[in-house]
Design a protein around this ligand. Structure first.
Ligand SMILES: [Zn+2]
Length: 217
C-alpha cells in the first residue's frame, strides 16, 4: 500500500518540524521539493519544466551528487530555485551514530557553499534548509540539527521512486492528496525518473489552471 498523505499522528508527534505551510491569503500555493539530486538530465528536466510554468521549487541535494555534478547544482540555483541539505551520502539517521551523521551534514554544507552561485534564495534564509534522508533521524539528531537548520518534512509523498506504481496512478494520487500549503516530495533521481517525468508537468498544469502558484521554501 502506498501512503501519499503524511498521517496526522506523525505530524502531531513532531510539531517543531515543518510538514506544511500555512495557507496564503493572496493565492493558493504549493511547495514542490525534489530530493536526491543533482543528477544530469533528470534534474535538468525538472529545472526546465519548472521554468516553463514559471514555477519555483526546493531541491534537497546529496553532497556527493553536488560534488560529481556541480554545474547541474548551479543551474538549479540560477533558475531561482532554493536548495537544501540532504546529507553528503544520503545517510539513514537511525543507523548512523550522531557524530558521523552531523559530520556528513557538515560535509554537504561545505560542498554546497563551494558551488553556490551567490545571491540566490537559499543564501538569504535565516537558517539553511535540511531534510533527513528517508525521513529518518533520531530525536537527538533532530534537536542537534534544529539549532542550525530549518528542518523540512512533507505533507504529500508522490511515491515516484516506486517502480510498482504506474505513472498514471502516481499522478492521480498526487493530485488528490495536494491542497493549499502542501509541501510535496518528488525525486530527481534515476529511479524515480519515469514516474516523475510523467507526473510533474501534468501536476503543475493541473494546479496552475486552478490558480495555484508554486513557490520555493
Ligand atoms: Zn532522499
Amino acid at each position: 500500500m502506498h501512503i501519499f498523505k503524511t498521517p496526522s499522528l506523525l505530524r502531531s508527534l513532531f510539531p517543531s518540524l515543518l510538514w506544511k505551510m500555512p495557507p496564503q491569503s493572496e493565492q493558493p500555493t504549493l511547495y514542490l521539493t525534489f530530493d536526491d539530486g543533482p543528477i544530469p538530465d533528470v534534474t535538468d528536466f525538472v529545472v526546465e519544466t519548472l521554468a516553463q510554468f514559471q514555477a519555483k521549487a526546493t531541491f534537497f541535494c546529496v553532497g556527493d551528487n553536488i560534488q560529481k555534478h556541480p554545474q547541474v547544482f548551479q543551474r538549479i540555483q540560477n533558475a531561482g530555485n532554493s536548495v537544501g541539505n540532504h546529507t553528503f551520502n544520503h545517510l539513514n539517521g537511525w543507523r548512523t551514530p550522531n557524530a558521523n551523521y552531523w559530520e556528513n551534514i557538515k560535509q554537504c554544507s561545505q560542498v554546497m557553499q563551494a558551488h553556490s552561485v551567490g545571491n540566490t534564495p537559499w543564501q538569504i534564509l535565516e537558517k539553511p534548509l535540511f531534510r533527513p534522508p528517508y525521513g529518518r533521524f533520531t530525536t537527538q539528531q533532530a534537536i542537534m540539527i534544529h539549532q542550525q537548520f530549518r528542518i523540512i518534512m512533507w505533507d504529500v509523498l508522490t511515491n515516484d521512486y516506486d517502480k510498482r506504481l504506474t505513472p498514471e496512478k502516481c499522478l492521480r494520487a498526487s493530485l488528490r492528496s495536494s491542497a493549499d500549503g502542501a509541501i510535496v516530495v518528488f525525486h530527481d533521481s534515476l529511479k524515480a525518473a519515469k514516474n516523475m517525468m510523467f507526473t510533474l508537468p501534468r501536476y503543475i498544469a493541473h494546479f496552475k489552471e486552478k490558480g495555484y502558484q508554486f513557490a520555493a521554501l
